[in-house]
Structures are given as C-alpha cells and as structure tokens.
Design a binder for this molecule. Structure first.
Ligand code: ADP
Ligand code: MG
Ligand code: MG
Length: 889
C-alpha cells in the first residue's frame, strides 16, 4: 500500500521529492531534536494521485490523512474541533522547489464559533482568540474560497476609523467579535453559503486548494520560465499552531544565519513582538532588527542563536529560518538554504571552508558563474531607487553616467576635456571609434547584440545598450525623445548595460571588486580545473586586463580591429584602393610598424603566455564608406561642383566600393580567401608578428605567437597560407638573426573544415573553433538577421530551446566540434584545440568543451573569472559526479 502521509518524525531532509522542501526540512529538524511544532506531510505523490482521480482526494489519501491527524491529536493532547481543548493547525504548501504562485499558508485552521470560545477560556485571553478567528476567516476565505482580501480589509478599516483607533492592537475582544460577524456576512454574500464550521471540512477544503494551486496560471508560468517539470506536484504540510500573538512575551520573525547581501557571518533578520505569521513581511508594523531580541528576550535570543548555529552546522549551508516565540518559548517553523548576492555567495563559500564546515570542491559548487557578472563591472547600487526612461538590448554589461552627445568628434573633444559622456547614435561605424573610446558608454537606437557598437563596446569592456527603438534621435536638433520626454545634448543620463535600462540623471554606482575571497576561490578553481581559460583581446589594454583576471593566454586576437583605428583607416583605404602593386605595398609598409607596435604591446602584456593572432578576416568593404552615403555625396557634387577634384576622388571611391559590393558578404571574399587573393596583406601581418616577437626576444621577454588562418574550408587553403607564414618567418629570422618559436593553425568555422579535419590537421598545429561563425554556417543563419527578426519567436515557440549564439547548440554545432576534434587528433595527435567566441564564456558550453576534451576555452577578458569557475565546476561535476547547488538572490 502506497504511503501518502508522513508524520514529521517519519521523514528526513533527503526526502524533498516526496515531502517537498518545506516538509523534508521540518522532518529533518524534528529528528535532530529542534523545537518544531508537530505535524505531518501529505506527499507530492498524493497531489499527482489527486489529479489522476479527476481532482478528488483519493480514499487512501483521505484515510491516511485522518490517521495522521489522530496521531497528531494524541501527541498534542488536543482534538480538532473540540470546543473545550481544540487543536489548531496551519496548512502549508511546499513543492520540491520553492515557487511563487503556490497557495498561501492558512493559519489557525480549526477555528469556529465554538472552538473560539474554548481558546478564549483556555488562554484566558478572549482578545487573542477572536483576533485569531477573524484572521482565519480572512485567510481561508481568500485562499480557499477565492474572496478578495480587499472586502475584509475595507470592513476592518471602516470599523477602526469609526472607533477612532490608529492600529489593530487597539482593537478589543468585543471589537473583533463584531468584525467576525461582518466577515461572515461577506462570506455569505460572496459564496451564498455560511462559512464552513466543521473543522474536518475546513481541513479537506484547504488540502484541495493546495493541490489546485499547483496548476494555477501563475505557477504554470513560473514552472515554464524556470524549467521545472509539471509532474513534480506539491506536498501539503499540516502543522499544529504556535502563537506569536499571545502578548508581549510572544513574537515572530525571520533570520539568516549570515548576512545575505555581504556574507558577513552575523545573524541577520527581523522580528515583531505580539504578531503572527506573515506580519513581519507584510509591513503592517515596522519590525525590529534581530539584534534587539538580545535585549528584549535574552534567553530566547541565546536559544535562537544556538539553534541557528546548529542548523548551519547541520546543513553545512547558510540558512534562512522562520521562528515564533510563544509565551517565552522558541519554536522553529522553517529552514532552507538562504538566497544571497554574488558577493555574499563567494564570501560564505570561502569562509565555510576556512571554518572547516565544507571542503574546497563544495565551495566551488556553491557559486553560480553567471552571477559573477554582477561583480566584474561597475554597477548600479541596488539600494537606490531608479526611474526607467526606456529599455534596449543589454549589449555590453556595466553601468555608466554621462552627458549625452550625438557625434563622435564631440565625444572625443569633451572626453579629452575630462568630461564624462555617453555617445548616443542610431548606430555606430568604424568612423566613430575615436568617439567610442572617449565615451563612458554607447547607446544606439538600432542594431542587435552583434552590431558594431555592441562588439566594440564589449571588446573595450564599456557599457552599451543597442537597438533601443523607443528612442527617437534627432541628430540635427541634438536631442532624443522617448514618448514626450525630451533629452538634450549635455543632459546627464545613466545606462545599465547589464539590464538595458536607461535612466535620467546620475545614479549611484559601485566599482567592480575582485575581493580577497574572490581571488582565493578562483585560485582553488584553477587547481581543480582540467581545461585552460584564455581571453579574446585585440589590444594591449584588453590583454593586460585578461592577464590580471587570470587568463592563461590570448585565444583570439582579431587584427581587423587594429585596422579600424581612426588614424589608420585612411591608410587601410589607400591599400584597398591601390591600383598597382607598388601603391599597395606602399600602404602596407606604412601599416606594418603600426601592427608591429600592437603585437609588441600584447606580447608584453601576456608575458610569454600563448597569443593566438588571427590574420585579417572581414570583407574589405567594411573599411570603406557606406555605399549609399557615398552615392548621395557624389550626386550632390555632380550638381554643385561637377569639375571638382573631390568629385573625381569620390567617384573613384564609389567605383571601388561597388566593385567590392557583395551579395552576401558573410560568404564572400573574406577570411583566408583574402589572403589567397591578396597574399601581401597576410605577409605584412606575419612580418609584423615576427618583427614584434624578435624585438621582444631581444629585450629578454618571452613570446609565444600562434598564427591563425581564418575561415579555412579546404586543406589547400591552409597549406598555401601556412607556407606563406613559414616563408615570411624564415625571411625575418634571416634578417634579424634570431630564431622565433611559433605555430600555425586555423579557425574551424565552416562545416566542411570540421568534416575534413583529418586532412586539415596535417597542416595545422592547432584548431580554434570559431563557434559564432560555425553556428551561422551550420544553421545557415546570419546572426544579426536571425536575432533581429525571428530567433526570439523561435525561442518563445520552443522551435529552439535557446539562442544558439549565446548557448552552444550541442546536438548540431557541437557535433561538428566533436567531429573536428576526433578527426583532427587522428592525423595529428599533438593538435591543440580550443574554442573562441562568446560560447567560451558560457557555463553550459564550457561544460561541453570539457566533455569534448578541448584544451582551452577563450572568452572576453571580463568573463575570464566566470570561465575559470565554470571550468572547475565541469571537472568536479563529471569526475566526482556532483551537482552544483546555487542559492542566488
Ligand atoms: P511561505 O512559504 O510563504 O513562507 P509558510 O508556510 O512558511 O509560507 O507560512 C507563512 C507564515 O506562517 C510564516 O511566517 C510561518 O512561520 C507561519 N506559520 C506557518 N505555520 C505555522 C504554525 N504552525 N504556527 C505558527 N506560525 C506558522
Ligand atoms: Mg515560510
Ligand atoms: Mg569567423
């Protein structure tokens, strides 16, 4: 016979699936001898059985419930509904995961016109008895009978006013009696029935209501959002009442065993004297800080503090505890792992290791890598109030305050004058780089998560909001508006790139901190993890940041960003527009020392750690002006100044832009195809790398360059480009008389490359999986178009489980990665493998990389700490078969 009902002492803390979180912990606390009011739990299985029998309580469940009730009555020496000595209980829902939307707790069940008299004479406190009864009517009518609380509150308020009272404690027993009469009328009016007087009827109606709440709209939506299975069901806890509202030697409260916001190891919480249940959180009266209990009830406080300590030692986790004091006696009503901020999570995990409560691996499993983002950027102080003006895409995390400017030159000017500015544009282009550099943050009304503004801002670690379509930007008038709110040039705004929120004025901010505890936790992570963590860095500043955050190298250095510098763009354009070989070489010779300088800076920052440098990748037209804008200018000049030199120049430029125009630039002349068509460009880049390497070697600084050929689809492409690199290296070595250590490899970002990885690996020292492009080419999506037009709908309608650009598609794209690794190692056992691109900083993708046996992941410098932790968790999860338990606020 299936057991559907467990008395508290029959269960334990491991039975969460059956008893729900609340029930399992009540059982556990009972068994370790804590003062828990006695009771029993009806299982989650009973909930499922209820639904299977068409929403009726099965006979077996009813029978076992009545038996358990009998045991409870015996134990308490009271009977439900006994007018002389009535048992009163609470009915509390509780599923495996705590969920909002489930039924609110009912207190004081068992109260009726007769038992209330019993309670009054037993306690010698009629006021308390009638207050408890009216609370019960109100709660029961609301959660079980579905009558809005408003009707009851309204009557209460009217009565109070009539009598000239300021608050509830002034109400007398007679006043409450009057209220009860009114309450019962409200019930009759709304349900056309009398308020149920039979306590057993009350009990089963309440149990029904708990089961029903499992499938109310709010609960269903919550489960869907949080991926909680529908079949889990909720348990019901029936527990004898204790009363915090019995006078000034009674009270109720909640407390955390450590500060959930900072992690400081002190009791943190609040209590209210002479109050019941939810009064503390309901905000009717202002509660006292828990420390005050020490003065008010010293022995209760001591007992409570001891209990907190004991619970924390027992669960080996920070606890969130509910308690009630009835006439000087302490009762514990609930305990659970306490939610906490990232900062607190780190401090608590580390200090619990130092206190000998948990081991290092457990500590590592307690901190959610995703939550660390909060700590690695300047962020808005959560404690201040903010009014949100508009919301866009959270394109690059961090927060910033500054004056609004609408033009890159102005941004630069004001920035150089030491002003803090935020650049607001419909979108940005490479021409705006100097303005972006000078700004605190970027805000655009168009473009997605990979628009120019977003990519550049993320690379620079600057806050950025993109695609905020609510902004109407008027560049001429130098203002933008949202609805009828107008923001002018020079006005101060604050943006939060982690949430996409835009606010007027300045908002208080907190600096990013890598606290001592954080550093320590990460050093533990480094010892555990079996997979390397590198960073994507395109310039010396990013490389330094990466190094400081503990990156083991640069996994991707994108050289095109060096070309987009405002001072270099004209030279790059000259190179592109060159008509003769000599003209082109002239431009390249000018670029060479600049590139060399960049590489020197990056090599130096990385102090001998490997640096993967990708040769030029994007289509050349990205370095030229926009075709349409150019066309407009040419047309204008043709009318206004047809003989000008400028027109001739612009026409030439337009011709070239048209030549380079492609139907589908993503699949056009780019990547290694550029190197195949214009080998002199790659040659110049290789030279710059080797010159930089030998110059640093001269200074005694170790360097470890890895030269990466992008977008290879056929082994012959790599063969030729590799030869070019080797020849160049040989030339430079002869010229400088120094030998340079380097490797040559490729980015795997075309399905064909993954499928023929065995051939390609014979020409490669390493593979770096470019999973952004590999996702685009595998799905046949262009990311910007997909994210802008249909991905959101796909995810909403569950066509795709997730955005494959944020979370690696393990079944599809992942299979290509696996194939690439396996085939590649077959012909080249020494092949080094890694992943670069956003996936390298996402925890489930990192787990995949670990399982696939990659040597490292590479992500943006700001995500390096997160990746170090996630990599350690992957190792612990799979080698020790343990799961993370995050309790995030
Ligand atoms: P929630 O899950 O919303 O916290 P709870 O079931 O914990 O709901 O109960 C709500 C409030 O009622 C809490 O303050 C709790 O301590 C109090 N409470 C629950 N059962 C009892 C009881 N048997 N005696 C006294 N107070 C109780
Ligand atoms: Mg609770
Ligand atoms: Mg690519």
């Amino acid at each position: 016979m299936e057991k559907f009902v467990y008395l508290f002492h029959e269960g334990n803390g491991n039975m969460k699936e059956l008893l729900g979180g609340k029930g399992a912990n009540l059982a556990e606390m009972t068994n370790i001898g804590l003062p828990v009011p006695y009771g029993f739990t009806i299982t989650t299985q009973a909930c499922n059985a209820y639904y299977e029998s068409g929403k009726t309580i099965p006979t077996l469940v009813e029978k076992q419930t009545l038996e358990a009730l009998l045991r409870l009555e015996e134990k308490m020496g009271k009977k439900l509904g006994d007018p002389k000595n009535p048992l009163l209980v609470s009915v509390r829902s509780g599923s495996v995961f705590s969920m909002p939307g489930m039924m609110d707790t009912i207190l004081n069940l068992g109260m009726n016109d007769e038992t209330v008299e019993g309670v009054a004479s037993l306690t010698n406190n009629p006021r308390f008895a009638y207050d408890s009864y009216r609370r019960f009517i109100q709660m029961f009518s609301n959660v079980v009978l579905g009558i809005d609380t408003y009707f009851f509150e309204q009557l209460l308020e009217e009565t109070r006013e009539q009598k000239g009272y300021a608050s509830d404690p002034e109400m007398t027993a007679e006043d409450w009696k009057e209220i009860i009469v009114g309450y019962k009328e409200i019930v009759k009016k709304h349900t056309r029935k009398d308020f149920p007087q039979d306590p057993k009827e009350q009990l089963f109606l309440a149990i029904n209501a708990v089961f029903d709440s499992w499938n109310n709209q709010r609960a269903i939506v919550y489960r869907r959002l949080n991926k909680i299975a529908d079949h889990l069901g909720t348990a019901v806890n029936i527990q004898s009442m204790v009363f915090g509202n019995m006078g000034n030697d009674s009270g109720t409260g909640v407390a955390f065993t450590r500060n959930p916001s900072t992690g400081e190891p002190v009791l943190y919480g609040e209590y209210l004297i002479n109050a019941q249940g939810e009064d503390v959180v309901a905000g009717i009266r202002t509660p006292q800080p828990i420390a005050a209990l020490k003065e008010e009830m010293p022995s209760v406080y001591q007992q409570f503090a001891d209990t907190c300590h004991r619970l924390e030692q027992h669960y080996k986790e920070m606890q969130d505890i509910e308690f009630t004091v009835e006439r000087g006696k302490l009762f514990i009503l609930q305990t659970r792992n306490g939610k906490r901020t990232a900062q607190a999570a780190i401090r608590i995990a580390v200090e619990m290791v130092q206190e000998g409560i948990i081991d290092v691996k457990t500590a590592l499993l307690r901190v959610d890598p995703d939550q660390l983002n909060q700590l690695l950027h300047r962020r808005i102080d959560d404690s201040v109030e903010k009014r949100i003006l508009a919301k866009g895409l959270p394109a690059s995390p961090g927060a910033a305050t500054g004056q609004v400017v609408f033009d890159a030159d102005e941004a630069e000017q004001l920035g150089n004058d030491g002003k803090k500015v935020i650049l607001v544009r419909p979108e940005t282009t490479p021409d705006d780089i100097h303005g972006i550099v000078a700004s605190q943050a970027i805000l655009t009304s168009r473009g997605g998560m990979t628009s120019h503004a977003a990519v550049v801002a993320r690379g620079m670690g600057k806050a950025c909001i993109c695609g905020c379509e609510a902004l109407r930007i008027d560049l001429k008038a130098k203002q933008f508006s949202v609805g009828d709110m107008v923001v002018n040039y020079g006005d101060v705004i604050t943006i939060d790139g982690s949430t996409g929120e835009i606010m007027l004025g300045e908002i208080a901010m907190i600096d990013p901190e890598l606290s001592d505890e954080f550093q320590l936790l990460l050093s533990w992570a480094d010892k555990e993890r079996k997979i390397g963590v590198r960073a994507n860095a395109d310039n010396p500043e990013d490389a330094k940041k990466a190094f400081d955050f503990g990156a083991g190298g640069v996994g991707l250095c994108r050289t095109e960003h060096m070309f987009m510098d405002i001072k270099r763009i004209p030279i790059v354009q000259k190179m592109i527009l060159a008509e003769t070989y000599n003209e082109r070489m002239e431009a390249l010779d000018q670029l060479l020392p600049m590139q060399q300088g960049d590489f020197e800076g990056i090599f130096e920052a990385m102090q001998g750690l490997p640096v993967t440098i990708r040769l030029l990748d994007p289509p050349l037209h990205e370095f030229l002006p926009d075709k349409e804008e150019l066309l407009v200018e040419v047309t204008k000049l043709q009318i206004l100044d047809p003989d000008s030199k400028e027109l001739a120049q612009k026409e030439k430029l337009l011709k070239k832009v048209r030549q380079l125009d492609e139907f589908n630039p993503m699949l056009g002349l780019r990547g290694c195809r550029l190197g195949m068509v214009h080998p002199e460009i790659y040659e110049m880049q290789a030279k710059a790398i080797f010159y930089a390497a030998s110059k640093l070697a001269e200074k005694g600084i170790e360097v470890n360059p890895e030269i990466m050929i992008p977008l290879v689809g056929h082994v012959n492409e790599l063969k030729q480009m590799r030869e070019l690199v080797i020849e160049t290296a040989n030339k430079v070595q002869v010229e400088t008389g120094r030998s340079i250590q380097y490797t040559v490899g490729t980015m795997i970002e075309i399905p064909r490359a993954a499928l023929t990885a065995d051939e390609i690996a014979e020409e490669a020292d390493f593979f770096s999986f470019g999973t952004n492009d590999l996702t685009q080419t595998t799905f046949g999506y262009s990311r910007d178009d997909a994210e802008g037009k249909f991905l959101q709908a796909y995810i909403e309608h569950k066509v795709l489980p997730e955005n494959p650009f944020a979370v690696l598609d393990q079944e599809g794209v992942g299979k290509l990665v696996e194939t690439g690794v396996t085939l590649g190692r077959k012909t080249n056992p020494k092949l080094k493998t890694g992943i670069c691109g956003e996936h390298g900083g996402e925890k489930s993708s990192i787990d995949f990389c670990y399982r696939t046996g990659l040597d490292y992941v590479s992500c943006s410098p700001y995500r390096v700490p997160l990746a170090r932790l996630a990599a350690a968790q992957a190792t612990i999860r799979h080698e020790l078969n343990r799961e993370e338990v995050y309790t995030t606020a």
